[in-house]
Each structure stands twice: as structure tokens, then as C-alpha cells.
Ligand binder design. Structure first.
Ligand SMILES: Cc1cc2nc3c(=O)[nH]c(=O)nc-3n(C[C@H](O)[C@H](O)[C@H](O)COP(=O)(O)O)c2cc1C
Ligand SMILES: O=C(O)C(=O)c1ccccc1
Length: 385
């Protein structure tokens, strides 16, 4: 039986993976309030389909910071893909390349950057700000040499939040899963949990530099010619500062509910961020995207692309590269169907008037004011207000 939904893949993955690994992937921080709210936010919105539009040839290809993509989907950066499949990130890279989607490789990847790059698809590298600045610099140089198209700095994790599932499970990495792109001395801590702390949390406390401020960004900005993307921005205020600091793109994200619990759902924060940056600064989003319709809603509200996290690991656990390809292929075909059936055959035509909500989420100016209103969008008096 072919897999028809992401939920089916999730069930397959759950059956295959050890409980503590499943919990590490699926879990969130604190009471997991933000984790649940991230997905729920999409269900509170509806599409406003327009009719009698020629939708014979819907098109969702785009270029993002110079990277051509067959669809506006990317794999969110996630650590340690070898936790769920022996080939880890190289299998993820193959499946993602086949789908023509973007792969954001995590700093804590469990396969070498150069091997991941050999799949040939569009790829960016995510980094955390380490106390060991030389380790960060070394990785940036390797990413440039291996043809990575952008650098994504995650800024919502000055420390790794307490994830109670991992504490209960005393979660630590198995000996054969390591962050192979970093000096072993930097990551040995991930293999030992202590009372009250997972190996991941304890490792991050030792290695992540919580003193990072906007002033430090210039070091990274000057260190690389790659476009710089900040991941984990949730407010208009920070979006504006980021642009002033020379950041090229933003990811509106609460880390999939794994960092600040009670943080605002990414979808709710999206409009104020989009409204605060120039059109030249693409805004991406992640967290809780589970269907092509979810993606269409995010794109309509101004996201230029959508990153997907956990579902990619479900696909990888279930069927390696093939499973990753299934996840991204399913999302792309659902998005194209949604675009056709809502009378928006192009990404440019997918604007805020394609979405309806009740009650109002918040009182920022609406709609976000970017771009030429599309023909379909401009002739309506409804939409999200
Ligand atoms: C197992 C796992 C590991 C993750 N590791 C990282 C990481 O190393 N760096 C990072 O910036 N985000 C990391 N994230 C967060 C994702 O990039 C992303 O923000 C989140 O998973 C999106 O939500 P979704 O899973 O609902 O799609 C991780 C998420 C998961 C589930
Ligand atoms: O970012 C995360 O969510 C995460 O789980 C992680 C994994 C390895 C190192 C740091 C954070």
C-alpha cells in the first residue's frame, strides 16, 4: 500500500523507533503547550478559494537567496539523523535532492558535510554560536568549500530548554551516533545523561555561548560571503534589528515547540515579521506544517518558503531516502492541488486574501503590505482583516 498521508508515515516511524528516540524527536519543552499550539494555529485558518481562474498549470518553483527550488519546501535543520536511520543525513540529502527541495543541514549532523553535499541538491548549513569560535569558523569554511548556499544561525537556543520526556528517559546519544563534523572533545557530553538533565541539554550548557548579542553578528557576517539567515525570530522588533545587521533572510520559528514553552505560534508571528522587513528579505517559517494546505496558508501570509522538521524524520525512519522523498513529494503535490483548487496557480498570486480567520489573531496592520497585489487578490473585498 502506498503511503497517502504524513500521519501514516508517523505511525510507521513510531513503531520502528525505540521509545526514548521517539520522545526526543516528537517532544517539546515544558508543558509542550507551544508544541501543540504550533500545529493548532494552522487549523484555525481557512482558505478563501477563488473560482473561474485558469489553473491548468499550477507552478510552485522558486528561487530563494539564489538557490533554485522545485517547491517552496525545505528540510528544517535537525541534529543526528542517524538516530533514526543508519545512513542518516546522506539518505535525507538523496531524498530531498530528488524532490528538488532545500536541505538545511544541522551543525550536529551525524554524517560528514562533504558526504551530504555529494547528493548534489540545494543545501544550506545551520550553526549554533559555540563558545569555541574556532570550531564555528572551521565549519563555515568547510560549508563554503562544499557548496552550501547559505548559513543559518539559530538564535532561539542560548541554552537547550528542559524537555521533560528526555529527562525522564535519561536520554543520551548511543555511542555510534555523533556530531562527526565537530571535534569529538566538543560532543562527548551528548553520550551521558545525568540525574535531572539529558545528554543533549548538558552538552549544550557546556558548548553553546549564551552571551551572543546582536553586536557579535558582525563577526559571522564578515567571516563568510554566504547569505546569512537567522532562525528563531518571532517579533517585528527583532526582525527590524536583524535587517539592520545585514541579515539576508529570517526563519520565523519557535524551534518546533522545543525551546521557549508558551512562545507565540510561528504562524501567529509571521504577519508582523513579514510587515517589518523589506521585500528583499525573504521570511521563512517552520513548526507544525503537516500538509500542503498548511503550507499554502503560510505562503499566503507572506512566508517565501516553509521548513518541515519531524515529518522528514518519520519518512527517513520508515524508508530512508525513499521515505524522505515521499514526505516532500506528498507535500508538494498537496500544495499544487491546494493552489489549483483555490484559484491561485502561482506563488505570487497566493496572498493574504486567500486566507480567512475568525476571531482575529492579533491587531497588527493587516494585510502585510508586500508586493504587487495579484489580479486575484486585488479584486476582493474580503480576506483576513
Ligand atoms: C529531533 C530534532 C532536532 C532538532 N535539531 C535542531 C538543530 O540542531 N538546530 C536547529 O536550529 N533546530 C533544530 N530543531 C528544530 C527544527 O529545525 C525546527 O525548528 C522544528 O522541528 C520545526 O517544527 P516541526 O518539527 O513541527 O516541523 C530540531 C528539531 C527536532 C525535532
Ligand atoms: O535543537 C534541538 O531541538 C535539539 O534537539 C538539539 C540537538 C543537538 C544539539 C542541540 C540541540
Amino acid at each position: 500500500m502506498p503511503v497517502l498521508t504524513l500521519d501514516e508515515l508517523r505511525e510507521h516511524a513510531r513503531q520502528r523507533l525505540p521509545g526514548p528516540v521517539w520522545d526526543f524527536i516528537e517532544g517539546g519543552s515544558g508543558d509542550e503547550h507551544t508544541l501543540r499550539a504550533g500545529e493548532a494555529a494552522y487549523r484555525e485558518l481557512c482558505l478563501r478559494p477563488r473560482v473561474l481562474v485558469d489553473v491548468a498549470d499550477p507552478d510552485c518553483a522558486l528561487e530563494l537567496l539564489g538557490t533554485p527550488l522545485a517547491s517552496p519546501f525545505g528540510v528544517a535543520p535537525m541534529a543526528y539523523h542517524r538516530l533514526v536511520h543508519p545512513q542518516g543525513e546522506t539518505a535525507t540529502a538523496e531524498g530531498t535532492a530528488r524532490a528538488g527541495a532545500l536541505l538545511v543541514v544541522g551543525m550536529f549532523a551525524s554524517r560528514p558535510l562533504e558526504d551530504i553535499a555529494s547528493a548534489g541538491g540545494p543545501r544550506w548549513l545551520q550553526v549554533y554560536w559555540l563558545r569555541r569560535r574556532d570550531a564555528l569558523a572551521g565549519l563555515v569554511d568547510r560549508a563554503e568549500a562544499a557548496g552550501f548556499g547559505a548559513l543559518m544561525l539559530t538564535v532561539d537556543a542560548p541554552q537547550v530548554a528542559r524537555r521533560r520526556r528526555d529527562v525522564r528517559n535519561a536520554f543520551a546519544l548511543p555511542a555510534d551516533v555523533t556530531a562527526v563534523n565537530l571535534d569529538p572533545g566538543l560532543t562527548e557530553r551528548t553520550h551521558r545523561a545525568t540525574a535531572g538533565s539529558s545528554g543533549i541539554e548538558a552538552h549544550a550548557r557546556e558548548q553553546f555561548d549564551p552571551t551572543l548579542t546582536w553586536d557579535d553578528l558582525s563577526w559571522l557576517r564578515e567571516r563568510t560571503r554566504l547569505p546569512l539567515v537567522l532562525k528563531g525570530v518571532l517579533t517585528a522588533e527583532d526582525a527590524r534589528i536583524a535587517v539592520e545587521c545585514g541579515v539576508d533572510a529570517l526563519v520565523v520559528s519557535n524551534h518546533g515547540g522545543r525551546q521557549l514553552d508558551r512562545a507565540v505560534p510561528a504562524l501567529q508571528a509571521l504577519p508582523e515579521v513579514v510587515a517589518s522587513v523589506p521585500e528583499s528579505c525573504p521570511v521563512l517559517i517552520d513548526g507544525g506544517v503537516r500538509s500542503g494546505a498548511d503550507a499554502a496558508i503560510a505562503l499566503a501570509l507572506g512566508a517565501r518558503a516553509v521548513l518541515v522538521g519531524r515529518p522528514v524524520l518519520w519518512g527517513l525512519a520508515h524508508a530512508g531516502a525513499e521515505g524522505v522523498g515521499q514526505v516532500l513529494g506528498l507535500l508538494r503535490s498537496e500544495l499544487l492541488e491546494t493552489m489549483a483548487l483555490s484559484g491561485c496557480p502561482s506563488l505570487a498570486g497566493l496572498g493574504p486574501t486567500a486566507v480567512s480567520r475568525r476571531p482575529p489573531l492579533r491587531d497588527h496592520p493587516w494585510p502585510p503590505s508586500h508586493g504587487e497585489p495579484s489580479r486575484t487578490a486585488s479584486t476582493t473585498s474580503g480576506g483576513l482583516r
